[in-house]
Design a protein around this ligand. Structure first.
Ligand code: GLY
Length: 373
């Protein structure tokens, strides 16, 4: 990670000919034209965004591109997970071809994870791949989905089942846009920030415990937290770009979290992804303690911090009725981290000491969960 100025950080992702920079700082949307034109030759761009983000930032981005001689068109989709469909993939591909986006032109995803995943997929397949820039507008997408090249759409059979690894050419994480997020949305993204400390950066977790108020308030601590998170993700992605092993660590808290999201019918009034991950991370630490892999004190420490920032930390914090343990186990069985009937979980030996366990007995999980319901 390098400091470009006192308020801007650059994280380089060294993936050979797919290497790219993640720039983190305030006001990057207004400077997007300059950042893109120094890296990408083509003079045309197509921006894909959604109905929530377009009124806030589309005009500034179009103006910024025009100021640097980039001719941009835009396409606005409905907001929400349902947008990641075949139908919308086709629409985006149509728009890119109609706009005559060539291999050296740029497709820009301006939005959260849904827009980034769908747009990155389209950019990877139109003309066998055109240039692709991520401008993530949620904390969750700045620290997770915009980095690492996972792109795709949902299928009838499940989420994210159709897609390609397509690394972006540039990520511009404009920290100023986070000021328009709701507290709840910011907190949900923060769960993924804390995750990086819990995976393998214990000092970062301690720093978060001490500095979370400054991170929530904005300013240098927020930029630093996002930059460290992007660096942590980049390190994992560089070690295992296509998730043959170590990259699975990024799923800490996600197997339980996904099952809880499914159990609420993906009703965002009850639970959003980052909240599911927060509860899932506490469960993963508790479960590790139950298996005598870690101290129960670590689980309590994780719970204390996430509760202090205002995240839910137990299944009982989810409003409304939850289904029985069999339904949760069925959802865990549907999760993609199941191989040959064995459950794969990210477990831990303590704060910052997570590991991939691919032989977890499902009976242990079931009896653990039935006590937590
Ligand atoms: N969000 C998990 C990954 O990028 O691998």
């Amino acid at each position: 990670m390098t400091d470009r100025s006192s308020s801007e950080r650059v994280v380089h992702v060294p993936l050979g000919e797919r290497a790219y920079d993640i720039i983190i700082g305030e006001g990057l949307i207004e400077r997007a034209g300059g950042e893109i034109s120094t890296r990408i030759k083509g003079r045309k761009a197509a921006i894909v965004t959604d109905e929530h983000v377009a009124p806030l930032y589309l005009e500034s981005l179009m103006d910024a591109l025009e100021a640097d001689g980039i001719d941009a068109t835009s396409f606005t989709l409905p907001a929400g997970e349902k947008t990641k469909s075949f139908d919308n993939l086709q629409k985006v591909c149509d728009v890119l071809l109609e706009a005559r986006i060539e291999r050296n032109d740029t497709v820009i995803a301006l939005g959260g994870g849904v827009i980034g995943d769908l747009t990155g997929f389209a950019a990877g397949i139109v003309r066998r791949g055109v240039r692709f820039v991520q401008i993530p507008t949620s904390l969750l997408s700045q620290v997770d989905s915009s980095v690492g090249g996972k792109t795709g759409i949902n299928a009838r059979q499940g989420k994210n089942l159709i897609g390609v690894f397509n690394q972006p050419d540039l990520v511009l994480a404009d920290t100023g846009v986070l000021n328009t997020l709701s507290e709840r949305e910011f907190r949900a993204g923060y769960a993924e920030v804390a995750k990086y400390g819990l995976i393998d950066r214990p000092d970062f977790f301690t720093w978060l415990e001490e500095n979370w108020r400054e991170i929530f308030a904005g300013g240098p601590a927020r930029t630093q937290a996002i930059a460290v998170s992007c660096q942590a993700k980049a390190d994992v992605v560089v070690a295992d770009e296509r998730e043959q092993g170590r990259r699975a660590l990024l799923n800490l808290g996600h197997t339980f979290g996904h099952a809880l999201e499914a159990a609420t019918g993906y009703d965002s009034r009850r639970l959003v992804h980052g909240e599911g991950v927060a509860i899932g991370m506490v469960l993963a630490h508790d479960f590790s303690a139950r298996l005598n892999l870690a101290s129960p004190d670590d689980a309590r420490r994780v719970e204390r911090h996430l509760r202090e920032v205002g995240l839910p930390t137990s299944i009982r914090d989810i409003p409304g009725d939850m289904p029985g343990v069999e339904t949760l186990m069925a959802a865990i069985g549907q999760d993609k981290k199941v191989k040959s009937g064995k459950l794969t979980f990210i477990l831990t030996h303590g704060i910052g000491q997570s590991f991939v366990a691919d032989d977890v007995p499902s009976a242990e999980v079931q009896s653990f969960l039935s006590e937590k319901l």
